[in-house]
Ligand binder design. Structure first.
Ligand code: TTP
Ligand code: MG
Length: 215
């Protein structure tokens, strides 16, 4: 009968959910979405968050307090997709979430390069607890060097690195560098590491079109 078929299907779903729970519990995973500015890192993070929303999978989205380009409690992409986020003043605040969440909860982080030094240890702790962690962050700074120690550590800790490319704004080739522009000129090497901004101060560039003069 229809009813017994439904019951059978429900049993199959329940047991595969149980199997999924065990898999998730045993197979924690760190995915880092990286690349230059304008590559769509935040877009990719939001796409995955959207899938959590559709499938009713619990998630938490964190952002550092430093990046205030957009309204503070939201993560917004260039395509204007957005999601509510928890703004962290310090990576120590993660402990509270690690202890109260079930293993199915997925932890998302945007702008990883702007969290404090303690973030890599906290993420490692989440992974040991069995959580899935998905984070986005810049691999290189405007100097063309690894962004900082946090990004170096997280990229080596990652089980999966998704390296996105942007379009070079000079030659339209594939871009993996971020060009900082100050008064229409390439910023000098000794310009400060952190300068919050978007299209007014930065361009995506390929290796050949990118420049960072050392004065
Ligand atoms: P991102 O989120 O990496 O930039 P994005 O939103 O353009 O990229 P995506 O579409 O892939 O998400 O944010 C980069 C921030 O970092 C931005 O505020 C500028 C800042 N920044 C620095 O402070 N120093 C640097 O050297 C670089 C390259 C960026
Ligand atoms: Mg972004």
């Amino acid at each position: 009968s229809q009813e017994s078929r439904c019951k059978y299907r429900q049993n199959v779903i329940d047991s595969s959910r149980k199997a999924e729970f065990i898999r998730v519990k045993l197979m924690s995973k760190l995915t880092i979405i990286t690349g230059p500015m304008f590559a769509g890192k935040t877009e990719e993070l939001l796409r995955r968050i959207h899938r959590c929303q559709i499938s009713n999978n619990k998630y938490l989205l964190f952002k550092p307090s430093l990046d205030n380009r957009y309204s503070s409690a939201e993560v917004v992409s260039h395509q204007k997709n957005k999601a509510r986020a928890i703004v962290l003043q310090s990576s120590n605040e993660i402990d509270k979430y690690a202890s109260q969440e079930k293993e199915q909860t997925i932890f998302f982080f945007d702008e990883l390069q702007f969290f404090d030094e303690g973030i890599s240890e906290k993420i490692n702790f989440l992974l040991k607890r069995g959580f899935l962690v998905i984070g986005a962050g810049l691999d290189k700074n405007f100097r063309g060097e690894p962004f900082n120690e946090v990004m170096k550590t997280l990229l080596s800790l990652a089980d999966e690195v998704i390296k996105l490319k942007a379009i070079c704004q000079v030659c339209q080739g594939e871009a993996s560098y971020t060009q900082r522009i100050i008064s229409g000129q390439p910023a000098a090497f000794d310009s400060p590491l952190v300068l919050i901004g978007g299209q007014e101060g930065y361009e995506a560039r390929c290796r050949q079109c990118y420049a960072c003069p050392r004065s």
